[in-house]
Design a protein around this ligand. Structure first.
Ligand SMILES: [Zn+2]
Length: 354
């Protein structure tokens, strides 16, 4: 590689690394290889599933270019003041063996690949949590095959296969036939079922459109799934009971409000019959009605808002207003026509009870 070619490559390495760092506050050699366009996510999946013996086999660049890129990456990371964090890469196979990156298998090269570089902006505690999470043994992976397949141990087949070094094996041969499939979609149920299950596996299927494996659900012990379902149901019941209690409380609040409003109407219109003031308050305060009693001013028992509610009631009940509307009269005109009647009723209600 010429000098300018190397400079160009180093620039691309820095760009890829900066992008990953900005997104997640840490960056890995794999991020760089993906960012350079040398490594496809589907290949990483296969390698993680233990179906490729070492990662460099699937990297689309020669060893000298890979080595140049990795050196540039470490130089950039050190210069950037990032913290190295060695991370375990375990296969998603039953033996959870250490994954191999390089053609040579050289321990120094392997360690270089395993080292993540973490932003020093992250606190010590966050860096530790991140390292712990990254090193955690991965979930077992079971494939929901797209094509027909044959178990390398018994010659049978099935809906799911586990990839072993010698080839795919069926759930019976994998001693996983007792597990049941829980499709993805209910996060709480999935989380609980997985926690309750001593043995579980993530089910993936290759998407031709997206060119990578996609999660379909999990395999768990039947008893674990049943217990998780019961827990989720209990939660749903608890939520329903809480909703009922809230509704009761709201209804009680409404009754309080209506009683206060009726009292206030009685104070402003002493001669208004009590059953009328109660009816007006009930009508104005009906939940979800958007009527005047539900407005902020109405809630605060503002006299103007109360007058509006009383006027509306008188208009409908004590005048020909509704008849006028029924006969097709214009609303403004109808209001104008019944105004003297409304005023008369209000006037009589304002008078102290005799
Ligand atoms: Zn088998």
């Amino acid at each position: 590689m010429g000098v300018s070619g190397r400079e160009r490559l180093e620039r691309r390495v820095v760009e890829a690394a900066e992008a990953a760092l900005a997104e997640r506050k840490f960056v890995t050699p794999i991020d760089v290889l993906v960012g350079l366009g040398w490594l496809q996510p589907a290949h990483i999946d296969r390698w993680r599933q233990g179906r490729v013996d070492y990662l460099e086999r699937t990297v689309q660049a020669n060893l000298s270019k890979i080595s140049t890129a990795m050196k540039a990456f470490r130089r950039w990371a050190t210069g950037r003041g990032l913290q190295p964090s060695e991370t375990a890469y375990l296969a998603r196979t039953r033996d959870r063996r250490q994954l191999r990156f390089s053609t040579s298998g050289d321990p120094r090269v392997e360690r270089g690949y395993r080292t993540h570089w973490v932003s020093s902006e992250l606190s010590e505690a966050k860096r530790e949590r991140l390292a712990e999470r990254q090193s955690r043994p991965p979930d077992l992976v079971v494939v929901s095959p797209v094509r027909e397949w044959t178990c390398t141990e018994c010659g049978g087949t099935g809906d799911f296969l586990l990839m072993e070094d010698a080839g795919p094996i069926c759930m019976s041969c994998a001693d996983m036939a007792h597990l049941v499939f829980l499709p993805a979609g209910d996060a709480a149920l999935t989380r609980r079922a997985k926690r309750r299950s001593r043995l579980s596996a993530v089910v993936v299927r290759f998407s031709r459109a997206r060119k990578r494996y996609e999660r379909q659900g999990i395999l768990v012990e039947e008893e674990a799934l049943e217990r998780a379902e019961a827990e989720c149901l209990a939660d749903a019941d608890a939520r329903a009971r809480r909703r009922e209690r809230e509704e009761e409380r709201r209804a009680r609040q409404d009754l309080d409000f209506q009683a206060r409003m009726a009292r206030e109407i009685g104070r402003l219109y002493p001669s208004c019959p009590p059953e009328r003031s109660e009816a007006i308050a009930r009508h104005a305060g009906a939940r979800g009605s958007g009527r005047v009693g539900r407005s902020a001013a109405g809630r605060a028992l503002d006299p103007e808002a109360i007058e509006l509610a009383v006027v509306a009631s008188v208009r409908h009940r004590d005048t020909r207003y509704d008849d006028l509307l029924m006969s097709g009269a214009d609303r403004a005109e109808a209001r104008e026509q019944v105004r003297p009647d409304v005023d008369r009723v209000l006037e009589s209600w304002r008078r102290a009870r005799g």
